[in-house]
Design a protein around this ligand. Structure first.
Ligand code: NCD
Length: 321
């Protein structure tokens, strides 16, 4: 007898900002705002995802992202476990596929993946029945960071539409910059990337931003978003900047470069004294701890969204940009 049940809707993933529509972003941000209210209560746990399992699979070091995903799952009453693996030199594709298949045997609902290779979360998504969230793949994408940054900006400045955001520094190696530029474009904000020519990837404007090598171009921005110098992705002997001291004086964000009324953001971890002066990092203009707090509620919102909002469309989240 033929099976007359309709086919199961495709599993939704969060692999890239490119796979989202504006409505998806708005819905997640609304959920995050509602969840933020629940964190003000004395009992911080919600029963929403009781009986669900969230696995964090991290092949790269992380403090904020891993802890916030763990706590986000716990606050929603899901079971959670974290598998950490220091980057190894085995054939990444094959070992990652095996790991995905192994973990899938436990029937997790969500697998959160961080990996140094571009496309790793997509590979996991092809080998599991779980929803997959990209928590950073090489220099490609970090969509939950972009969403938490949008949440932080909206809460601090009251709007996203028309907001002018200058993203400064090592754009070349930054998955944060790529995701954020796309996310800002999606919600009607303006992005400008600023850095030395060696740290601006060719063709970045195609993601939806303006480009400048002149640090003075940040003066018009509402938000100065400072990127970390990604020494670990620069390789040895590749001189992208003459020296860190030189970089700090040409592009580092010190008090003299921040105008009154601007806010300053940084995804962390900060290299104080390189891309950001401690006097700025510790000033009232800095939203860095707001970003960490946003990381928790936005990741709760992402887990909630993937597990409870019905997939009625094509798998718009499942594209690799
Ligand atoms: C970012 C990352 O890992 O891409 N950090 C983070 O998620 N908190 C940015 C960075 O490492 O510079």
């Amino acid at each position: 007898m033929s099976d007359l049940r309709p086919p199961a809707p495709p599993r939704r993933h969060l692999l890239s900002i490119r796979g989202l529509e504006r409505d998806d972003v708005e819905r997640v941000l609304e959920t995050a705002r509602a969840l933020a209210g629940s964190l003000d209560r004395e009992v911080k746990k919600l029963p929403t995802l009781r009986g669900r399992t969230v696995v964090n699979l991290f092949y790269e070091s992380s403090t904020r992202t891993l802890t916030s995903f763990e706590l986000a799952a716990k606050r929603l009453s899901a079971d959670t476990m974290s598998v950490r693996s220091a980057g190894s030199s085995v054939d990444k594709g094959e070992s990652l596929k095996d790991t995905a298949l192994t973990l899938s045997a436990y029937d997790p609902d969500v697998i959160v993946v961080r990996h140094p290779s571009i496309g790793a979360p997509e590979l996991v998504a092809r080998n599991t029945a779980a929803h997959v969230v990209n928590a950073g793949d090489g220099k490609h994408q970090h969509p939950t960071q972009a969403l938490l940054d949008l949440h932080t900006m909206r809460e601090a400045l009251g709007r996203l539409e028309g907001l002018h955001v200058a993203i400064v520094g090592d754009v070349r190696h930054s998955r944060v910059a790529r995701s954020l530029v796309q996310a800002l474009d999606l919600v009607g904000a303006r992005a400008l990337v600023v850095g030395p020519p060696t740290l601006l990837p060719r063709g970045i404007e195609a993601l939806g931003c303006a480009v400048s090598t002149d640090i003075r171009a940040i003066a018009d921005a509402d938000v100065v978003y400072v990127l970390r110098m990604q020494a670990e992705r620069m390789g040895s002997g590749e001189a992208y900047v003459p020296s860190l001291r030189e970089y700090a004086s040409s592009y580092g964000i010190g008090p003299e470069r921040v105008r009154r009324g601007q806010v300053v953001m940084h995804p962390g971890p900060m290299n104080r004294g390189v891309e950001i002066d401690p006097r700025v990092a510790d000033s009232g203009a800095a939203l860095v701890t707001d970003q960490v707090r946003a990381g928790l509620v936005v990741r709760m919102a992402v887990l909630y969204d993937l597990l409870t909002v019905a997939a009625v469309r094509e798998p718009v989240h499942a594209e690799l940009a």
